[in-house]
Write a protein that binds this ligand. Structure first.
Ligand code: AKB
Length: 320
């Protein structure tokens, strides 16, 4: 039996991961930790929900002790776009929040910590195609700097204290339940909403921008499969590359046009273009495939069909 706390449960990944974990382990076994964002009805109805701030160690301790938490997942982070606007905030939340969680897990001898990383660990000097598992990590964003440090810190806790700390390098995650906030890859979600609402979208990166992406069902599968993998089979700990698909914005628009022929796209690149240009086109995830059987299910067209259907239904109901 596991007692899991998801810190950052109201966010894009946290909101769906909490529900997926409750389906597997039972509602009472998974505490949703939220800070400022109002949790959805689904989160409130399906299990415990507590106000948790990764920067408030005492608050964390009381929730961990109240629910006898022995697995902690840290989904609280300031993403790349917001990070460039406020680097000190990104450092504070991403590093001090993480060290609070790792220390608490060490003090309470927890069974497992999940520390997500990102393709943001890579930078302009990293090989851009099929980026290897082990390669140059010289990011040019503060978010990337904190993610490299987070991977190293997690690995340090594994080696120094014999703890079970794991993490994956998420590509851009695309979903229709909870909007992402402050990331560079947010355009890949916004494009679907705008296609349904207005049949047009102005993208903040140019048409040739190609990035690794993943649909939420694959993101949940990757996260849960890594959590459940046999620790002894892991050749890495906090830094698994996970790929699913990669495409340019122009290719996304073409995929949408198969369903909405009069969809129009235009481009007004802003500061996030430089961030996107510093990240890989695609990643080599053979280590994840070999060590814990990673295999994605969705490609661009399958995801587009699903996204447009789900967002179309929300639109019909007047929810967006
Ligand atoms: C971002 O764009 O900052 C995130 C990420 C790739 O980690 N979605």
């Amino acid at each position: 039996m596991k007692n899991i706390l998801v810190v950052g449960s109201a966010g894009q990944i946290g909101s769906e991961l909490t529900l997926a974990l409750r389906n597997i382990y039972g509602g009472d076994q998974v505490v949703a930790g939220v800070r400022k964002t109002k949790p959805s009805e689904k989160l409130l109805e399906t299990g415990p929900c507590e106000v948790v701030d990764a920067l408030d160690k005492e608050g964390l301790v009381s929730v961990v002790d109240k629910y006898k938490v022995d697995v902690i997942i840290n989904m609280a982070a300031i993403l790349s776009g917001t990070g460039e606007k406020n680097p000190m905030l990104a450092w504070d939340v991403n590093m001090n929040g993480l060290i609070n969680i790792l220390e608490l897990a060490r003090e309470r001898k927890m069974k497992q910590v999940l520390v997500p990383s990102s393709i943001a660990v890579f930078g302009p000097t990293t090989p851009v195609d099929n980026t290897p598992q082990e390669t140059i990590l010289k990011p040019t964003t503060i978010y990337g700097v904190t993610k490299v440090a987070g991977e190293l810190l997690g690995d340090y806790y594994v080696k120094k204290y014999g703890m079970d700390v794991r993490g994956l390098r998420y590509p851009g995650i695309i979903s229709h339940e909870t909007l992402p906030g402050g990331g560079t890859t947010d355009y890949a979600v916004a494009i679907y909403y705008e296609a349904i609402k207005n049949k047009k979208y102005t993208c903040f990166v140019n048409e040739k921008t190609r990035l690794p992406m993943m649909y939420m069902p694959d993101c949940l599968k990757a996260t849960i499969d890594l959590m459940e993998a046999d620790f002894d089979k892991l050749n890495y700990h906090c830094d698994y590359n996970v790929g699913a698909m990669d495409f340019t914005v122009a290719e996304m628009a073409e995929s949408i046009k198969k369903h909405i022929p009069d969809f129009e796209i235009s481009y007004e690149p802003d500061f996030r273009q430089d961030i996107a240009d510093s990240w890989p086109n695609s990643v080599d995830d053979s280590a994840a495939r070999k060590d814990w059987g990673w295999k994605p299910d969705y490609d661009l067209d399958a995801m587009t069909e699903d996204m447009l259907k789900a967002i179309g239904e929300k639109h019909k109901k007047g929810l967006i």
